[in-house]
Design a protein around this ligand. Structure first.
Ligand code: FRU
Length: 500
């Protein structure tokens, strides 16, 4: 279905209840609904917003267009959780109902202050000629979950020198002062991040551009984040417009980070190393982080990308969030690991240990499924290539392949035959190079229509949506040109979440 602008910008109260009911039915019939990932009940989800720990629980909001799988009038939808694995639906949190956010409550962040959760977001406005205006707005949530907007934007204008691509404020507090960074585009169409500060969250002062050494690195930087991790400063953002370079930057848009000295908020200097991508798979964008009551730095991302069609679009919904990841720094790179709470979802353990001979391909009883966690340690390898095939079908050659090639030291995720195609114009394989070839641990989370692979304690992560048949539930282990041994453990995963 082609969506007209009028259809995409309808307010929810203008929509007949029967239209929503029909949409809900259509979505409920989708064979690709996830079971332990946060996904929209109807419509399209994109960026995670306002991720925070407040009043003893995790709170998370997401960009939401309720009426179908297109980028229309955006709301913030709210979910909450005591433990990062079981989520409650809290309903629409921020609606585009004011003249400063009439065409979308765009992305932003949350910060607790004086017993309230402050939520800073971008109010997107269009005039009748469809010119865009961007206002940075503030709202706050109290302990009862009630949300109230400030009466006017806290940063009403775009400073001189920047285009209307100016959005996604990320808040933090440092030495009794509040800071916000905003993703922006210079008038010469390069991406950049601007820093503001405030003593009361109401009056904001522009400091200027964060001084990185990436003066020409894409045309727009979306969803910036800054935080300290293990004594270093981390600047995270989603640059648009990078050209592919070998295994790097193969998705339509990227998300990654710079590790550096702590940001100097007065001089704006940020001494940093190279840009690293956060995820080496296909579907990952606009991540956001927060610190919880245990002091963990947690990241969650959108398991999707702008401007790519997905097979669920015709079923009235699109996208989900990734599982959260706990961040640590090791030798200048971020390690990302699933939170320990995910152990609580495990049911029915199966363990195996085997040594595959040359050119063998094997499956094992109990190792299969649609929703599971699989940990696989490979050892004693002399094979030219070895790996795993997931979501395999019995007759037709449906499979999602993770392979390691000894000569090139490349780990590759191949979704050429994963089922219904997604983003094939951007290629069907993704790879990274593993320097330490003596150990390979793959910790894999498979849900109905996704796979997330944590490599060697989170040194790399590959995230992908896949759309296989319901009957494609097999797992096969294989070698080519030599032998390899492995130990594997598998659990079914089951969540009591309301969000699935
Ligand atoms: C990133 C993004 C943000 C924007 C939001 C709108 O995916 O484009 O920059 O605030 O989505 O939904």
């Amino acid at each position: 279905m082609e969506w007209t602008r009028e259809q995409r910008y309808r307010r929810l109260h203008e929509v007949k209840p029967t239209e929503l009911e029909q949409l809900e039915k259509k979505v409920a019939n989708s064979p690709w609904r996830q079971t332990f990932h946060i996904q929209p009940q109807t419509g399209l989800l994109n960026d995670p917003n306002g991720f925070s720990f407040y009043n003893g629980e995790y709170h998370l909001f997401y960009q939401w267009f309720p009426l179908g799988a297109v980028h229309g009038l955006k709301h913030w939808y709210h979910v909450s959780s005591p433990d990062l694995v079981n989520w409650r639906q809290e309903g629409t949190a921020i609606e585009p109902d004011r003249d400063f956010d009439s065409h979308g409550v765009y992305s932003g962040s949350g910060l607790e202050h004086d017993g309230l959760l402050y939520l800073m977001y971008t109010g997107n406005v269009r005039d009748k000629d469809w010119n865009r205006f961007s206002h940075q707005c503030m709202a706050f949530m109290d302990k009862e979950g009630k949300i109230k907007k400030f009466d006017s934007p806290v940063i009403p204008d775009i400073p001189e020198g920047y285009t209307d691509h100016f959005r996604d404020p990320k808040l933090w507090k440092q030495n009794d002062k509040f800071y916000a960074i905003i993703g922006a585009q210079r008038v010469n169409e390069t991406g950049v991040i601007l820093l503001y500060s405030s003593s009361d969250l109401k009056e904001w002062k522009l400091h200027g551009e964060i001084q990185t050494n990436l003066s020409e690195f894409g045309f727009m930087w979306e969803c910036p984040d800054y935080f300290e991790l293990d004594g270093q400063g981390i600047l995270l953002f989603s640059p648009q417009g990078l050209e592919p370079q070998g295994d790097k930057y193969n998705n339509i848009y990227q998300s990654g980070y710079l590790v550096g000295d702590l940001l100097d908020v007065d001089s704006l200097e940020f001494e940093h190393g190279p840009f690293h991508e956060l995820d080496h798979g296909f579907d990952f964008y606009a991540p956001q982080t927060m610190v919880d009551d245990k002091g963990r730095r947690l990241l969650i991302g959108w398991m999707g990308l702008p401007e790519i069609e997905y097979p669920t679009d015709k079923e009235g919904w699109a996208h989900c969030l990734t599982i959260p990841r706990v961040l640590h720094l090791q030798e200048g790179q971020i390690l990302q690991q699933p939170p320990e709470e995910f152990i609580n979802l495990r049911k029915n353990n199966v363990s195996i240990k085997d040594e595959l001979q040359t050119d063998e391909i094997k499956s094992y009883s109990g190792i299969q499924g649609e929703q599971y966690e699989l940990i696989c340690d490979w050892m004693n390898v002399d094979a030219r290539e070895f790996g795993l095939e997931l979501r395999t079908g019995s007759e037709e050659e449906e499979k999602t392949v993770i392979s390691y090639h000894t000569a090139t030291k490349k780990l590759t995720l191949d979704r050429t035959l994963s089922g219904q195609p997604v983003g094939h114009a951007y290629g069907t394989t993704r790879s990274c190079t593993l320097e330490d070839t003596n150990k390979l641990r793959l910790r894999i989370f498979v849900d109905t229509s996704s796979v997330e692979i944590f490599v060697n304690e989170g040194q790399y992560v590959f995230t992908a949506r896949i759309f296989p048949k319901e009957t494609s539930t097999g797992v096969r282990f294989y070698t080519k040109g030599g032998r390899a041994a492995f130990e594997a453990e598998k659990w079914d995963l089951q969540s009591d979440s309301q969000t699935v």
